[in-house]
Design a protein around this ligand. Structure first.
Ligand code: URA
Length: 434
């Protein structure tokens, strides 16, 4: 077999066989296929696409390019959740303890934030002492004992994705549905859970800007699950504004705590309950979504979900006193309110600008080596569709940066709100693909 024939076949819109895809992945990972040849094949895939079977084979081959976690020693159905990312997305940290309090087993590997998106691991690390690099055995034992663990991805998982993703980044081949779907799913499947719920975001703060491409990505990933015999469902949900009110690491953890106590923002709470109820069905704990919604709402009211979060933080070495008294979290030195210059309705909030602004206030990373300021970020006071009066609070920024550095960011944050005389905003669609 020759890589040149494989490139030519895809260039001419052919369908690649398992042997050809296997040959590419194996030889690219071991270095015998060069970056320039892999780039040509990725561009051919970008331009000519792949059918569902090719995408599933590509995912399977990528998944088996490294270690695959074996979670069989944990009794019952192991569930996992993945969001394609956005601004203020702290759902896993709320939904995880919620479903674990109802008997589900969540064994989750998460990532770090980059650019406008935050990462679950960074948020967790804003809790002093929290360990996110447990050994495989510690991870499994913790899920067995308390039903939940969230850690960083094992570096031995899916080496093919590390190489291919880095190459896509420098060859303008990121935005291809077969390549995104195989990248996300190979990592999720290698993490070893039996059932996966995906949350594919669309809108100004998401990777997918419109609902149609988000639906196509969701369908493609659900199909991979069908081909590879895994229970995969996908929600397609809006990221047309930050999720909840808080953006930034310890600010988001405070919102997680409030939400688990039943005092969180409505959009965030509803999404957690909705996704959690689907996962309880995937875990075969409940038969209907309504049953799951009821259990999860009840576990927030009776404190079981919050107690599970405390147990989870404690099991991973986190200082629980911060969870019990969130005022202990470090506060940024500069806390600056931003007021509306006019009265009207909020018809647009540019989530991408909010995410990038939070990063520039110190709350995120521009490059992977940047050090995050855990106390920096933005807390919204108004959301889409809200009425606002002149001089009323729109949001507050938190930063340790100097005034000269944060003043231009304030301007950007203010301009990310579009305030009109009339209300035009309509709630975006939220759908489930299974
Ligand atoms: N996230 C991934 O893990 N892979 C992609 O290709 C895009 C987003």
């Amino acid at each position: 077999m020759d890589i040149l024939d494989i490139i030519a076949k895809k260039r001419d819109k052919g369908t690649l066989s398992r042997d050809e895809i296997h040959f590419f992945i194996k030889n690219y990972v071991d270095g015998s296929i060069k970056d320039y040849q892999a780039s040509a094949l990725l561009m051919a895939i970008y331009l000519n696409g792949m059918n569902n079977e090719e995408i599933s084979i590509l995912t399977d081959e990528m998944m088996h390019s490294g270690e695959v976690m074996n979670l069989d020693s944990i009794e019952g159905i192991k569930v996992d959740k993945h969001s394609t990312g956005g601004v203020g997305d702290k759902v896993s940290l709320i939904l995880g303890p919620m479903i674990a309090s109802a008997g589900a087993k969540l064994a989750k590997m998460s990532g770090r934030g980059l650019g406008h998106t935050g990462g679950t691991l960074d948020k967790l690390e804003s809790i002093p002492g929290m360990r996110i690099n447990l050994s495989k055995n510690e991870f499994i034992q913790q899920v067995k004992k308390i039903g939940i663990s969230i850690i960083g991805q094992n570096s031995k998982l899916v080496p093919a994705d590390k190489k291919i993703y880095a190459l896509r980044d420098v060859t303008s081949t990121i935005g291809s549905i077969p390549l995104i779907a195989s990248s996300v799913m190979s990592k999720k499947l290698a993490s070893g859970s039996d059932a996966i719920l995906l949350d594919v975001k669309y809108g100004s703060g998401a990777f997918m800007k419109d609902i149609d491409s988000a639906k196509e990505l969701a369908r493609t990933m659900v199909n991979i699950g069908k081909h590879l015999n895994k229970d995969v469902k996908a929600e397609v949900t809006p990221m047309d504004q930050p999720l909840g009110l808080a953006v930034g690491n310890n600010l988001e953890i405070k919102e997680v705590i409030a939400t688990l106590k039943g005092n969180g923002p409505k959009d965030l709470f509803e999404l957690c309950i909705d996704s959690g109820a689907i996962m309880l069905m995937q875990a075969k704990i409940t038969k209907t979504k309504e049953e799951g919604v009821k259990i999860l709402q009840e576990n927030v009211k009776n404190g079981k979900a919050f107690d599970k979060f405390v147990e989870f933080v404690s099991a991973q070495g986190g200082d629980v006193s911060y969870i019990l008294d969130p005022s202990k979290f470090e506060m940024a030195k500069n806390i600056v309110p931003i007021y509306s210059k006019k009265s009207g309705y909020i018809n647009r909030i540019d989530a991408m600008t909010i995410g990038i602004s939070s990063m520039r206030l110190g709350g995120g990373r521009e490059t992977l080596d940047d050090v995050i300021d855990m106390s920096a970020g933005i807390v919204l006071n108004k959301k889409l569709g809200d009425e606002v009066r002149e001089n009323e609070l729109l949001c507050t920024i938190y930063t340790n940066r100097k005034e000269n550095d944060y003043m231009p960011i304030i301007e950007n944050v203010y301009n990310s709100f579009k305030i009109d005389e009339n209300l035009i905003y309509k709630k975006e669609e939220h759908i489930l693909i299974e």
